[in-house]
Design a protein around this ligand. Structure first.
Ligand SMILES: *Cc1c(COP(=O)(O)O)cnc(C)c1O
Length: 219
């Protein structure tokens, strides 16, 4: 954990970034003991990609004050469980999912924190919405009382070139900045993983999602 924190801090300094991004520990396919040891070190935000696996881990943690983020592809038959058990859903990429999450968020919980997943890069990637769809979802979210639109998330195509990585992240950064005037609750730009966190921080990331380099290789 210290190594990853040191990398983040160094990138923040080099980029002269205004704020240090939050560290989201990506714990998918990791045994619950590994989450518990990070919890012991003070980590509170965890990201999961598979609903059933995540619910099992939540049950084992009991009432510990963890903030759970869903970061995997969302199937519409899973939105009810997401709305009931997660604090954040970062991977909202179509209107139908946004509507269902709003309809299904239980009344006794605070509004669900949502990030809209933007498709970046030219690649025909499976997930993420085009800019026009992101904008129409953001407009629709204004009228949804059970949704709190917190920002954008992106997963660019893999590249080992810093300049290419930055160009991808810059697309998200530009859109994020232009949307913030209109949507004042937007404070989160979730981007950067083990292989590209430096580039993401240079482009204004406020949350990096780190799995492998924080928790080791997944099964
Ligand atoms: C798995 C995953 C990560 C973490 O990736 P690492 O390369 O292991 O750091 C981050 N974001 C999403 C959406 C993921 O699915």
């Amino acid at each position: 954990m210290q190594t990853v924190i040191a990398r983040i801090e160094q990138a923040v300094q080099q980029a002269a970034a205004a704020t240090t991004p939050r560290l989201l520990a990506v714990s998918k396919k990791q045994p619950v003991e590994r989450l518990q040891s990070l919890y012991g070190l003070g980590q509170r935000h965890f990201g999961e990609s598979y609903v059933q696996e995540a619910l099992a881990k939540m049950a084992q943690f009991g009432s510990a004050e963890i903030v759970w983020h869903f970061i995997g592809p969302v199937q519409s038959n899973k939105t009810k469980q997401l709305a009931a058990h997660f604090d954040w859903v970062q991977s909202v990429d179509r209107m139908k999912i946004l509507r269902r999450l709003n309809d299904q968020r239980p009344a006794d919980l605070p509004p669900l924190n949502v990030l809209l997943q933007l498709k970046v890069g030219d690649e025909d990637s499976k997930s993420g919405a085009q800019v026009a769809d992101v904008l129409s979802m953001a407009d629709a979210a204004k009228g949804m009382s059970r949704i709190k639109l917190r920002g954008l998330m992106c997963i660019p195509p893999p590249s080992d070139q810093l300049a290419t990585q930055r160009a991808y992240f810059n697309q998200a950064h530009q859109l994020f900045d232009s949307m913030r005037q209109k949507y004042p609750d937007m404070d989160t730009l979730s981007m950067g993983m083990s292989g590209d966190l430096e580039a993401a921080i240079m482009e204004g990331s406020t949350m990096v999602r780190i799995g492998t380099d924080l928790m080791g290789r997944r099964d």
